[in-house]
Design a protein around this ligand. Structure first.
Ligand code: NAD
Length: 291
């Protein structure tokens, strides 16, 4: 299965990184979002991140320009029908993802592979609502995409071997490493990571520590490069809450109940770095803890 054009749905923090690494690896990329502002922001962000790679001699100035030239944007989802592979990376909500695939289906070429960058939602369930469950799988990048080495590849119950191999080929062309995960809630990375982040929020909620002491303790005490609350802000608190809800509903175990304080931050619209406020306030020169 030859893949040369890739459609990316959602131009948020993950979508822009995915478009960046695909274009740098030589794929023609068509990036779509419901918001023109998100598309413009993504192109600006990709340009800035490529500039940083040029400054560090990781990418040549000529490759930077060629890479930018390979990324086209569109507000019309159906334009992605012409691509060989679609990577859906819109908001972590099943109804949103389902509607995207539904709208896209009538416009797809028969061979097009569909994938989702979902952090937690059932690949099998998303696939079952399409006309090609055997050509559907999870393609889960880590944040920030240009930096992180891992991609989790998740087979749904019906995913065929040719589809898996085609996606594995893409991961290898990106110079990244694939870990294969079975399709159970939150797969491998978030099944382990998110309960830890949720527990850090409980630790804050119960007053065992404040934001600074919790992050400091985990950085210096367990050699994590970021504290769990700083990491939660980086991921997005809405995404963290959505993943905890998927774990809680999907595994029906109370040990996955989302911390009420996490819910409260999301209700306030304090979603972390992307809204400039979460467990830290990012509006000033340096991040300031909000608790
Ligand atoms: P984000 O909030 O930064 O971006 C989501 C984008 O999707 C927004 O630009 C929004 O306008 C767009 N969108 C919403 N509905 C849409 C639609 N119908 N059609 C097209 N675009 C639409 O979120 P993100 O952090 O980039 O997360 C995107 C996906 O990646 C989620 O499934 C998330 O679970 C997954 N993911 C996130 C991380 C992380 O660390 N944030 C890591 C791995 C995977």
């Amino acid at each position: 299965m030859e893949i040369s054009t890739v459609g990316v749905v959602g131009a948020g923090q993950m979508g822009n990184g995915i478009a960046h690494v695909l274009a740098l690896a030589g794929y023609e990329v068509l990036l779509t979002d419901i918001s023109q502002e998100a598309l413009d922001g993504a192109l600006a962000r990709i340009g800035k991140n490529l500039d940083r790679q040029v400054a560090r001699d990781k990418v040549s100035a000529a490759d930077r320009d060629v890479t930018m030239g390979r990324i086209k944007t569109t507000l019309s989802l159906t334009d992605l029908g012409e691509t060989d592979l679609v990577i859906e990376s819109a908001t972590e909500r099943e109804t949103v993802k389902q509607a995207i695939f539904e709208d896209l289906l009538p416009h797809l070429k028969p061979h097009t592979i569909l994938t989702s960058n979902t952090s937690s939602i059932s690949i099998t369930r998303l696939a079952s609502r399409t006309d090609r469950p055997e050509k559907f799988m999870g393609f889960h990048f880590m944040n920030p995409v240009p930096v992180m080495q891992l991609v989790e590849l998740i087979r749904g119950i019906a995913t065929d071997e040719a589809t898996y191999q085609a996606c594995l080929g893409v991961v290898e062309r990106l110079g990244k490493t694939a870990a294969s995960a079975e399709d159970f809630p939150a797969f491998i990375v978030n099944r382990i990571l998110m309960p830890m982040i949720n527990e850090a929020v409980y630790t804050l909620y119960e007053g065992v520590g404040n934001v600074n002491s919790i992050d400091q303790a985990m950085k210096l005490g367990t050699n994590h490069p970021m504290g769990p609350l700083e990491l939660a802000d980086f991921i997005g608190l809405d995404t963290c809450l959505a993943i905890m809800n998927v774990l809680h509903d999907g595994l029906a175990d109370t040990k996955y109940r989302p911390c009420p304080l996490l819910t409260k931050y999301v209700e306030a619209g304090w979603l972390g770095r992307k809204t400039q406020r979460g467990f830290y306030d990012y509006r000033g020169e340096v991040p300031v803890p909000t608790r």
